[in-house]
Each structure stands twice: as structure tokens, then as C-alpha cells.
Write a protein that binds this ligand. Structure first.
Ligand SMILES: [Zn+2]
Length: 72
């Protein structure tokens, strides 16, 4: 993760079923780990099924001018 993302200056986009894209602050992992935040079940399912292949595809939920970072 980049330094900006670690500071929370970025957002995650997690594709779900067709027509659904979740957005969350990059600090969502911190909220889960430290503050016991429980994301919605649909969000967790989308994260578990994440396919990084979508990163190279144009998306109406990701502006063309932003940097796209892949996570593993
Ligand atoms: Zn905190």
C-alpha cells in the first residue's frame, strides 16, 4: 500500500455482483482490526471474491484520472 493509502487518503473499490461496487476508506482494515468494526456481509463477500483482473478494465465507478493500485 502507498503511504497516502496507509494514512487514509485513498479509497478502496471492491466490485461485487453486476451493477454493484463497494467503496470504503483504506483505513477500513484498521477499523476492523482495532475498533471491531463489522462491515456488511455483502462487503465481506465481495472482498473474499475479489478478482484483481477488474483493475485493467474501464469502470464507471473509477474516474480516469486517478491512480489505480492493485492489492494482493
Ligand atoms: Zn483508530
Amino acid at each position: 500500500m502507498t503511504e497516502a493509502a496507509l494514512r487514509g487518503h485513498a479509497e478502496l473499490r471492491i466490485p461485487s455482483r453486476p451493477g454493484v461496487m463497494f467503496a470504503a476508506p483504506t483505513l477500513v482494515a484498521h477499523y476492523v482490526d482495532v475498533h471491531s468494526y463489522g462491515p456488511p456481509a455483502d462487503f465481506i463477500e465481495a472482498v473474499r471474491g475479489y478478482d484483481p483482473g477488474w483493475m485493467v478494465e474501464p469502470s464507471p465507478w473509477v474516474p480516469d484520472h486517478v491512480d489505480r493500485l492493485a492489492f494482493s
